[in-house]
Design a protein around this ligand. Structure first.
Ligand SMILES: Cc1cc2nc3c(=O)[nH]c(=O)nc-3n(C[C@H](O)[C@H](O)[C@H](O)COP(=O)(O)OP(=O)(O)OC[C@H]3O[C@@H](n4cnc5c(N)ncnc54)[C@H](O)[C@@H]3O)c2cc1C
Length: 387
């Protein structure tokens, strides 16, 4: 392992820039048609199956996946551009996001052939959505402490236990869950966990809401009481999910998702500052834009490495750590440039104050979801050979 990290410059190839223009024209037309309002950042309206089906019809889900399963065989760099444009515009893409970013790739790599043939085309069409069943009441950062268990029965498994913080479990059709199938061994405490594809309408599954700080129903507790999962829905090798679950996290951590979640606050700040901001405001915005461009350059470099077939775990963790810290502090900085009560100039804009309140409420979660700040720094330290 190299004990350093690298962020090589990445040039966007012409086909990626062409895709960017195509997506921008599409999004501008959708905004003009009133499909969504950029800049509200609202989680509820961001889950929009109708919009996901439109994106699917455009060929923008499963962009990098093999054509034989209905994917589009394009590059990681084009996918990077697509992610950046959707998030920067605040497009309502949450319904298909997890399936596109991580569940589909996990199924393609480890799923049963029959499952891939059925589900991958449905995901690509923007019809089938996934949630992530990793965390439990006593197992968060330490995934290998998971205790939701599956007992072997004729033709499959019966699952019992509780998952927690499961985003969108109340509106997705499937979960990929990390479930205990046997006990850890003395020499490998990671042994004994299996990934399962779980249909959310299976008898024995109950989804209970948890209301978040912003007052939204976004995540849930999911209870399993002898819920049956067929053998065909085992993903990969029983008891050896630790390698696959780590793979899944690499997909989750490496993209613009990790520095663009509060970008709408910066856009609103620029808007209310107008074309001639005072020196202090201009300096604040200038610093933030400079940070943003640096993060973007690093994140694009990770996309370039993925395209080259590398697994840049340390670099992805650096981007997530720097990116989430930046986007977390951004709403506070934007609050300082415009006093409470300032309204956005256009009558169609969401009120500035409301945007900032929402951004401030979601900010604390940014350094927790997808791996906490401390855990990421542990990964970086290991990558640098410091532990
Ligand atoms: C908005 C949001 C959405 C989420 N969605 C999902 C989802 O869809 N599916 C899902 O499975 N989970 C989801 N999660 C859960 C998330 O993955 C966990 O909250 C996260 O992994 C941390 O686990 P925990 O909450 O149990 O905290 P803990 O692991 O108990 O950590 C508590 C504190 O201890 C620190 N800590 C823990 N271990 C170490 C260590 N080894 N070294 C140093 N410090 C350490 C942590 O950094 C943290 O500060 C979501 C969380 C949020 C906030």
């Amino acid at each position: 392992m190299s004990h350093t990290f690298r962020f090589d410059p990445m040039q966007f190839p012409p086909e990626a820039e062409a895709l960017r223009q195509e997506i921008r024209s599409f999004l501008r037309a959708e905004i003009d048609a009133g499909t969504f309002t950029p800049g509200s950042g609202d989680m509820d309206s961001n889950f929009n199956p109708e919009f996901s089906r439109k994106i699917g019809a455009k060929g923008w889900i499963g962009l990098t996946w093999p054509k034989e399963y209905g994917g589009h065989g394009r590059s990681q760099i084009e996918r990077y551009v697509l992610t950046e444009e959707f998030l920067a515009h605040g497009a309502p893409v949450r319904a298909h996001w997890v399936a596109d970013r991580q569940s589909g790739p996990v199924l393609l790599k480890f799923g049963a052939e029959s499952v891939k043939r059925k589900l991958i085309p449905e995901i690509v069409r923007g019809e089938t959505y996934f949630c992530i069943g990793l965390s439990e009441p006593n197992s968060g950062s330490d995934l290998f402490a998971a205790s939701t268990r599956a007992k072997k029965v004729d033709g499959g498994y019966k699952v019992t236990g509780t998952k927690i913080w499961t985003s969108n479990a109340h509106r997705t059709q499937y979960m990929i869950g990390l479930i205990r199938t046997s006990q850890p061994t003395e020499d490998n405490r990671r042994h004994g966990l299996t990934q399962f594809l779980i249909k959310m309408d299976t008898p024995g599954i109950t989804v209970r809401p948890i209301i978040n700080l912003a007052g939204h129903h976004d995540f849930n507790e999911v209870h399993f009481d002898d819920a049956f999962v067929p053998d065909e829905h085992v993903i990969g090798r029983p008891d050896e999910a630790w390698k696959q679950a780590t793979d899944e996290l690499a997909y989750e951590r490496s993209g613009p998702d990790r520095w663009l979640e509060t970008i709408f606050a910066l856009n609103a700040g620029i808007r209310v500052s107008g074309p001639n901001p005072d020196d202090r405001t201009a300096e604040t915005i200038g610093r933030d834009v400079a940070h943003l461009m640096t993060l973007r350059r690093m994140s694009a470099s990770v996309a370039g490495m993925l395209q080259a077939g590398e697994t840049p775990m340390t670099e992805a963790a650096v981007v997530k750590d720097l990116g989430t810290n930046w986007e977390q502090a951004l709403p506070n900085r934007m609050r300082l440039i415009a006093p409470d009560g300032v309204r956005a100039p256009s009558p169609n804009d969401t009120a500035y104050e409301e945007v900032m309140r929402y951004a401030t409420h979601i900010a604390p979660k940014l350094t927790i979801q997808g791996g906490t700040r401390e855990v990421l720094r542990g990964i970086i330290a290991r990558g640098l050979g410091l532990r």
